[in-house]
Design a protein around this ligand. Structure first.
Ligand code: ADP
Ligand code: MG
Length: 722
């Protein structure tokens, strides 16, 4: 077959673009050079205006309209110097993608000429037509507009493009009635809610008028690279981001030689190029390495404030896609592009802190600091135990379903891994009062003599979805394609609730005259006895854990369809309403959108499977079958005994493929008889299995049909030729 074989030839002939480095260039010069950062603002803004912006950022307040014009004008001049011709409000709709609305700086003046202009009003507010973005019933059709507004906490930047540069302004995206249509708005709201409650706890620990507490996020991004010639020859990769057919490679990842092995030269060139682009945008990309599967890699930035980290994460994905194209490759962010090969996740490293108290999830140097540390850890334990279902639904998607619970990623059961040291401390606390540190072996009584906790990240447990790693928690269930905003919103909100609980209990005890240390001790003991069931330090991949988790009453929401209703339980609605993160209407809209996205994803995949099966695989198989049949006929005619076994071997899966395609076609047709979550369940229970049946027949044929007739690039080719 020409398409596939041509692709292989073209891949071999491809010459990657040279990565150019200016030897005189200091790394520091590149970093943030396209960002309208605080430093740039300080240089370019009148002192009073700059101060006002700074206050806005520190207080997470809206931008003072009185200074907006001055900021806009400085931003425009800076952007024009950087070669920008347009500006864009960048927002994060619920498709999970990044959206941009571009406008030219040029305003016609009326005499046939135009002037570059950019007012404070345009900076602060845009009005993109929102009708093409999912809103889950939040917007009436007569009011198709949505509003975007600059999130001052996230700096503007210039995005370079050979066809002209653009000033990008990160914005929130809301409906006319103020409801969130995006991923950014709830991050900001939940950040505020969490900070408020965290400050109450800090105040109890004697910090007067503490600074805002910020949620930090360090996302580790896994991805695959495939050559674009292969990518373009695979309609499934092109349209669904994953292979819907394809036999597993005989050489799999059991050859662990790829992990931390030498990075292939071509990929290294790509990585250097992406890093340079990310640096320009002020994104602190830090580590890069090979991942478990062939063709799989990882990039991790330094952690940042959740809000900025989330924007940067989106921008990282966009940049990777663009730079990969330049290098003749496609960057795949799908959680499971290749069945039977390790999938991709996006670990979300999460901590809380501020510049005064530092990282609140880092064990301290004094017993007092450690008591505070343990309260924050206990809050995490309570939060994850009470609202594990919300964490689960924050990572639910049709694509991530292929990964969670597949013995390569954490299970769908949300539990916490504390590590030996911390688990031991909480164990002792659960037993009441006296605390003996396993490590030091000294007897400790009461909170003011809590054990010294070593700051060693300690042991690792890769099978836990939520693990303490020394100074942060690592949430490992998020999928590689997902925004980190969803998990961060849930983490902030459930932490707000848990810290609220801690502060309320401690305040009441202190008001009652209980000694503070005593009150802390009681609080910790109560939390660990009420919520300790969520702690699990064993093997999360094991079957025993499934049984034990059920006995402990932990939810096991295997699929997106099981998880989505978590968004609209009375407890969830009350929680988000109480902390001002989502109204009931907003929660319902997100639930509807979740269903819509799920049904749409599987719908697209099912139709693609049908199309590729009918128009690509079946014809190739029939051609081969015909070839074999004429061979048998010719041999018979020649009077030679004909062996029909190969012909028969091919004919069986061809029949199975035909049957499977017919069944898939009718399964697709049946979807419309269902609605809402029932339609999603139908997709999972009827459409997905019908797709699998087609795949099984096609994959069997892949092992039988003559290689020169096989139309689709194979797993070996896509994974190993780079
Ligand atoms: P590993 O592969 O061991 O999990 P990596 O170094 O690849 O670790 O990634 C760790 C991620 O965690 C990085 O993004 C890092 O910046 C982030 N991180 C480190 N400390 C914190 C912290 N206190 N809060 C949030 N994220 C953190
Ligand atoms: Mg990690």
């Amino acid at each position: 077959n020409p398409v596939r074989l041509q692709a292989i030839t073209s891949v071999e002939a491809f010459v990657p673009p040279p990565v150019t480095f200016d030897p005189g260039e200091e790394p520091g010069e590149v970093f943030g050079q396209n960002v309208f950062s605080l430093t740039v603002m300080q240089k370019r803004l009148p002192k009073s205006v700059y101060k006002s912006v700074l206050t806005t950022i520190e207080k997470s307040a809206p931008l003072d309209p009185a200074v907006a014009d001055a900021v806009a004008s400085a931003m425009k001049d800076w952007a024009l110097e950087k070669g920008a011709t347009h500006y864009a409000h960048v927002f994060y709709p619920l498709t999970g993608l990044t959206a941009e609305k571009h406008d030219s700086f040029l305003d016609p003046v009326g005499d046939g000429t135009a002037l570059a202009s950019f007012s404070g009003k345009t900076l602060v507010q845009g009005e993109p037509d929102a009708s093409s973005f999912p809103n889950g019933g939040l917007r009436n059709t007569f009011e198709a507009r949505g509003y975007t507004g600059w999130d001052v906490m996230s700096p503007a930047y210039v995005l370079e493009n050979p066809n002209g540069n653009t000033l990008c302004i990160p914005t929130v995206f809301i409906s006319m009635t103020g409801e969130a249509l995006d991923h950014k708005t709830p991050v900001l709201r939940s950040q505020q809610a969490m900070s408020l409650q965290a400050k109450r706890v800090l105040t109890l620990f004697g910090h007067e008028a503490p600074e805002n507490v910020v949620a930090f996020c360090g996302p580790e991004q896994e991805y695959f690279l495939v050559d674009r010639h292969f990518f373009n020859a695979r309609p499934d990769l092109l349209n669904a981001g994953r292979t819907l057919l394809g036999a597993r490679p005989p050489k799999g990842q059991e050859f662990d030689d790829h992990y931390f092995g030498a990075i292939p030269e071509r990929v290294l060139g790509f990585m250097m190029d992406t890093e340079r682009e990310l640096f320009k945008l002020g994104i602190p990309a830090k580590t890069r390495h090979n991942e478990v599967a062939p063709g799989q890699f990882e990039v991790a930035p330094m952690f940042e404030r959740a809000n900025e980290a989330s924007d940067h994460q989106q921008l990282t994905m966009t940049t990777f896609r663009a730079v990969a194209k330049k290098h003749g490759m496609e960057c795949l962010f799908h959680e499971k592009p290749f069945a039977g090969v390790n999938g991709s996740g996006k670990h979300v490293n999460f901590s809380l802190g501020n510049s005064e108290q530092g990282n609140l999830l880092l064990p301290g140097d004094t017993p007092h600091e450690n008591a505070q540390f343990l309260v924050f850890c206990a809050a995490v334990i309570r939060a994850v135990h009470l609202y594990g279902g919300l964490l689960r639904v924050s990572v639910a998607s049709a694509s991530n379903d292929h990964r969670l619970g597949a013995n390569e990623a954490p299970p769908a059961i949300i539990s916490i891994f504390l590590g030996d040291q911390l688990a031991d401390v909480f164990d002792q606390i659960a037993k009441g009062g006296a605390t003996r540190s396993k490590e030091k072996g000294t007897l400790m009584i009461g909170v003011d003599t809590l054990p010294d906790l070593s700051k060693d990240p300690g042991d690792r447990n890769r099978t836990s979805p939520f693990a303490f790693t020394g100074n942060r928690f690592e949430f490992r269930a998020p999928g590689s394609l997902q925004t980190v905003a969803g998990p961060m919103v849930v983490l902030n909100t459930i932490m707000a609730e848990a810290l609220d609980h801690c502060a309320t209990v401690l305040e009441a005890a202190v008001a009652d005259g209980t000694d503070f240390d005593e009150a802390v001790q009681q609080l910790l003991t109560a939390i660990i006895s009420d919520h300790g069931a969520v702690i699990f330090n064993g093997n999360g991949y094991s079957d025993e854990w499934q049984v034990e988790a059920a006995q402990r009453g932990l939810k096991n929401l295997r699929t997106t369809v099981d998880a989505l209703p978590e968004l609209i339980t009375p407890e969830a609605l009350e929680l988000f309403e109480k902390y001002g993160v989502f109204s009931e209407r907003e929660m319902h809209s997100r639930y509807e959108i979740g269903i819509e996205q799920y049904v749409m994803t599987i719908g697209v995949e099912a139709n693609l499977t049908l199309e590729i099966g009918s128009t690509t695989v079946l014809p190739a198989a029939i051609r081969y079958q015909t070839e074999l049949a004429s061979n048998v006929a010719a041999l018979k005619a020649a009077g030679v005994g004909a062996d029909t076994s190969t012909l028969e071997a091919v004919t069986a899966p061809i029949t199975a493929l035909r049957v499977g395609l017919a069944a898939l076609s009718s399964a697709i047709g049946g979807a419309h008889e269902h609605e809402g979550i029932d339609e999603a369940a139908y997709c999972r229970d009827t459409v997905l299995p019908a797709m699998s049946a087609v795949r099984a027949a096609a994959d069997e044929l892949e092992g039988l049909v003559a290689d020169d007739l096989w139309p689709l690039p194979t797993y070996q080719e896509m994974l190993y030729i780079l």
